[in-house]
Design a protein around this ligand. Structure first.
Ligand code: SAM
Length: 217
């Protein structure tokens, strides 16, 4: 069995009992970053061996993991944060396993976009998850213009390095629409800030921007 195991997005206590049981019992844990996951494993006294599985080794390591699964041994897949397969290389391994008739199941848990969507207070019955916007300024603005035409709540991920540029583009595209920036979710300095893109820009410009963001429009 390939277990897709969700892990915390910041607060180490946000792990399910089943996730701990599965991580303890599998033959191997494939991690985006073994050092990062090592902190979680140490916290829960889990001594299962780990191996790295990330964007740049996903083909070779995918075959290696498939070999182990084909021998009938269980493997757990975790990402750095949240649910594997949501914007991380997990997608490739899940598909490889499915194509090879390996049983796959999920141990559900945190995902940053779900947390942000409900905390935003925006309608959550119909929403679009955009992931990361294009990095090139022209493409980013075009994408935002396309999103502005949708009658859905839009949820997207952004890094601290690009949030100010993205908010500038959002100011041009969305004007007075209320936007919600969710920063450092589940962590000590969690911040949920609502306002127009201009309000948010003024706020986040005041100090060096830290932490990961989910933006809800
Ligand atoms: N697999 C993850 C999930 O289930 O949400 C997402 C992985 S994606 C590579 C990483 C992005 O998720 C970050 O750049 C950020 O936008 C968002 N993110 C992850 N943890 C977060 C947190 N604690 N607070 C805000 N955003 C977070």
């Amino acid at each position: 069995m390939l277990y897709i195991v969700s892990t915390p997005i910041g607060n180490l206590r946000d792990v399910t009992r089943r996730a701990v049981d599965v991580l303890r019992s599998v033959h191997l844990i494939a991690c985006e970053d073994t050092r990062h996951t090592g902190i979680l494993l140490k916290e829960y006294g889990i001594t299962t061996p780990t191996t790295s599985y990330f964007q740049h080794n996903r083909f070779a390591k995918g075959e290696y993991l498939l070999g182990i699964l084909k021998e009938g041994r269980d493997v757990a897949l975790v990402s750095d944060a949240g649910t594997p397969g949501i914007l991380d290389p997990g997608y490739a391994l899940i598909n490889l396993a499915l194509k090879n008739d390996i049983p796959v199941t999920a141990v559900p848990g945190p995902a940053a976009f779900v947390d942000a969507l409900v905390l935003s207070g925006k309608p959550a019955h119909r929403f679009v998850f955009e992931g990361f916007l294009p990095q090139k300024p022209g493409s980013r603005k075009n994408r935002l213009q396309e999103l502005a035409r949708l009658e859905y709540t839009v949820v997207l991920y952004e890094s601290p390095h690009r949030i100010l540029d993205t908010l500038k583009d959002m100011r041009d595209v969305f004007g007075d629409t209320e936007i919600v920036c969710c920063r450092e979710l589940t962590k000590k300095f969690e911040e949920i800030r609502r306002g127009t893109a201009q309000d948010l820009l003024e706020h986040f410009k005041k100090q060096k921007v830290r932490g990961e963001f989910v933006v809800v429009i």
